[in-house]
Design a protein around this ligand. Structure first.
Ligand code: HEM
Length: 395
């Protein structure tokens, strides 16, 4: 079909922070394009900020796993409904019920307590980085372990079991895992969370899972909620930390402004979130015929919304391809938009606000240990970032 595209995924190592260039061209030419999915489905791709927000705010679009087609990767064998408790793949009223229970657990008090822990955890890992010595892979020494420890705090994983938990959880995101290994990792994490739920039921603590056991949720639901939080909160924050560091090191003027306090930390983190939009897209399915951007989306058609393209829309953010830590960023969609907007966004913000300034201030001479083009980019994963970030510093 004329004017049909496949999902652009190519990134260039010369411009590692930019979304695939093809997306900008599409946004200029036709911000709602026909998109051919790997399984043969003919759906849509939205690339402008306005259309992306419109789709995400419209209840006539569903997020259910069994309805959607994915724009990249091997076609799913048999799309199946997500198990109970997987609220990220549920529509209202199911979604509303879970989300309400969870929002009640993401309290200001708990986030504040976590912020204190995050400071302590960060210092611990920065000390370890210093002991390790230059050069080091920032992904391994800081970006992966800090979010993992924070999720452990949130879910109430006992200290003695944290290494075991981290190993299982990260096995899920390993690239070199085959389907069997991946299956084994899923089972291991599920079993781990199941054990945790049982423990919290008999001896509740001050953590989120314990808090949820007081509701009428079944064990199955609790396990899947724990699993959803892990899936959504671990790899995202880790990649934002590593890619955020890379972006700062590649923009010395911006890094200097941050160190000098010329832009506030809060502002700087929002701009990094916008600029990097590490969750490049999400998908929705029309439950009925919907008119959108002058086109008719038919019931059952999947719309891929490009969060990365929306956050680089010049109609919304002037000079969108420049990293400008002082710019206004209100309305960015790095955390999505609408009812599924990131549940963990405050937590993610606190992690980024604590870790990134602590890192760049602790190591004033921090720099890449390899040429920028040699940093391995995660062009092959759903969440963008870097596989490794070799950094060096002077003693
Ligand atoms: C910088 C880090 C993060 C980024 C960029 C990010 C991004 C996103 C985005 C774009 C969505 C919306 C997906 C959609 O509409 O389909 C989302 C949803 C979600 N995120 Fe995050 N996230 C981050 C960190 C976290 C953390 C730390 C947690 C939990 C501890 C978390 C938990 C969730 C959950 C549970 C959802 C689903 C919400 C729902 O469906 O109601 N995220 N996130």
């Amino acid at each position: 079909m004329a004017d049909t595209t496949t999902m652009p995924t190519g990134r260039s190592s010369a411009r590692p922070f930019d979304p695939p260039a093809e997306l900008s061209k599409l946004r200029e030419k036709r911000p709602l394009s026909r998109l051919e999915y790997p399984d043969g489905h003919l759906g849509w791709l939205a690339t402008s900020h306005a259309l992306v927000r419109e789709v995400l705010a419209d209840r006539r679009f569903s997020v259910r796993a069994e309805l959607r087609h994915l724009p990249v990767g091997a076609p799913a064998q048999q799309p199946r409904p997500a198990p109970p408790g997987t609220f990220s793949a549920a529509d209202p009223p199911e979604h509303t019920r879970y989300r309400r229970l969870l929002t009640g657990q993401f309290t200001v008090r708990r986030m504040r307590q976590l912020a204190d822990h995050i400071k302590a955890i960060t210092d611990e890992y920065l000390d370890a980085m210093e002991r390790h010595g230059s050069p080091a892979d920032l992904v391994e020494v800081l970006a992966k372990p800090v979010p993992a420890q924070v999720i452990c705090e949130l879910l109430g994983v006992p200290f003695a079991e944290r290494d075991q938990f981290q190993d299982h959880a990260y096995a899920l995101f390993r690239l070199d895992s085959g389907p069997e290994e991946l299956g084994a990792a899923y089972t291991a994490v599920h079993e781990f969370v199941r054990g945790l739920v049982t423990a919290k039921r008999s001896a509740p603590g001050d953590d989120l899972l314990s808090g949820l056991t007081a509701s009428d949720l079944t064990d199955e639901e609790l396990v899947n909620i724990g699993f959803t939080l892990l899936g959504a909160g671990l790899d995202t924050t880790a990649n934002m930390l590593a890619l955020g560091t890379f972006a700062l090191l590649a923009h010395p003027d911006q890094l200097a402004a941050l160190r000098a306090g010329e832009s506030t930390v809060d502002q700087a983190i929002e701009e990094l979130l916008r600029y990097l939009s590490i969750v490049p897209f999400t998908v929705r399915v029309a439950l009925e015929d919907v008119e959108l951007g002058g086109a008719l989306i038919k019931a059952g058609e999947t719309v891929t919304v490009s969060l990365a393209a929306a956050d680089r829309d010049p109609g919304k953010f002037p000079h969108p391809d420049a990293l400008d830590l002082g710019r206004p960023t209100a309305g960015h969609v790095a955390f999505g938009h609408g009812i599924h907007q990131c549940l963990g966004q405050q937590l993610a913000r606190v992690e980024l606000q604590v870790v990134l300034p602590a890192l760049v201030n602790r190591f004033p001479s921090l720099r890449l240990a390899v040429p920028s083009e040699d940093v391995p980019l995660r062009t092959d994963m759903l969440i963008y970032g870097v596989h490794h970030l070799p950094v060096a510093w002077d003693r």
